[in-house]
Design a protein around this ligand. Sequence first.
Ligand code: ARG
Length: 584
Amino acid sequence: MTSVTSLTAHVQQRLADALSAARPQADADPLLRRSDRADFQANGILALAKQSRANPRELAAEVVGHIVTGDVIADVEVSGPGFLNITVADRAITANLAARHADGERLGVPLKRDAGITVVDYAQPNVAKEMHVGHLRSAVIGDALRGMLDFTGETTIGRHHIGDWGTQFGMLIQYLFEHPGELAPAAEVDGEQAMSNLNRVYKASRAVFDTDEEFKERARKRVVALQSGDKETLELWQQFVDESKVYFSSVFEKLDMEIRDEEIVGESAYNEGMPETARLLEEKGVAVRSEGALVVFFDDIRGKDDQPVPLIVQKADGGFGYAASDLTAIRNRVLDLHATTLLYVVDVRQSLHFRMVFETARRAGWLNDGVTAHNMGYGTVLGADGKPFKTREGETVRLEDLLDEAVQRAAGVVREKARDLTEDEIRERAAQVGIGAVKYADLSTSPNRDYKFDLDQMVSLNGDTSVYLQYAYARIQSILRKAGDTGPLAHPELELHPAERALGLHLDAFGDTVFEAAAEYAPHRLAAYLYQLASLYTSFYDKCPVLKAETPEQVENRLFLCDLTARTLHRGMALLGIRTPERL
Ligand code: ARG
């Protein structure tokens, strides 16, 4: 593995050196950015001139004198009030890309030096309940963030904090106790059967619970039995968990997402540690008793009538809830897993919960300066009409129905384009296109914004969609196939067309983009990069004949640009969890 320093970083360094050569005392940032005028523009001279009371244009000219040119930088010009327009040498562009091309999977992208351990809490559905679009977002965003973080060299540990505990299980378990055999053994059902069994048991138990006072009482006692660890009760509870896991994994499989069993660590996993969490909080004076409950107060968190809203660690009846399990999970993640970052991909509507949980953990010393906790709170999924996503009957939309429909629409698109594909191939591609479309639509909007679930738009071939990117990739593959024996080969001595330069400079920025997007937890920045990559490729392809280029060297060099574009698209999409079929 040989990592490649990006051209941006090179130019940045050259400019920083020139600035400090011109004004050794000052500490100035060149403020470099990509520009339409030249390849890069640096605006930092203005601030430096102010600092050192110099005429900006004169200072700029002086700085130019200190810039080493001839290899990476071909030309520097002073423009406007004292900007620098910088042009990179064609040779440097091609040589840099060639080094990326030679590096294989990592495309020359370095691993970060100060890598830490990030525990990513994502894809956390609830036992005995249908998954909804909110769970889809958490899974898709969490998976993409993990892909990006891993690529930078960070160690990630997944935690699927599934809702597998709570008083609601009293009713379900009691019903199953009284109607044994209502849940088929988990080993014998597929995802769909599992969910329909769970739904049936849920409805039936609910019906008795709502009408039969004696059952209600028995269900209440069952909660106590569950909490005290009664063996038979736990066995019945386990059946619900196992049946649900069959269902979850069928959905994750449909989503083309790998979920590891050892990372499914639900709320119940922290049961044993919760009494200690409560004890420690009380001992440290972080939590106090209030009307029998153990709670934490916050000066700045108040509800109606300016009443303080406390975080409830333990209820007056001794029961522990959501907050206690999250606090105990923090102890585990920081003290046992040695996390340096805790990342939660959870609906923004839970952000108050996390604010209180983090603050409590900080007061208790479980979160300290060495650990960052962040809730990547995502927005709501809206229907095409801009209202919260519901079926026509006003019910929540079933996740699998949605995914199935996306795949079906994609099959339409694939079939239209397919000339020589078999039915099996169409089915396979349709899954990759449809699921990719759903993921991309989610990932290409900033996570904290609400986003519209609009299938027509998602599977469209035009515009900022995954299908557009997948087509760009497949088209390149077809060119590479057509090239036959002529392979991609870099020729740094060749002069580049402006469209080649634009594509090349963008390809070079892949690593920098992934690093920035990962650091900001912003998959949409990577998505935007990939979309621009496909657009730049399209204009390169329009303007620069590849197989019919003038000389054999130029054919090879353009095939090389094609190949690197394809590999960058493939890698970038893979980081987002999206496939790039070889043919479409
Ligand atoms: N199961 C919860 C829900 O469906 C999400 C869990 C989020 N993670 C956490 N550590 N609280 O709303």
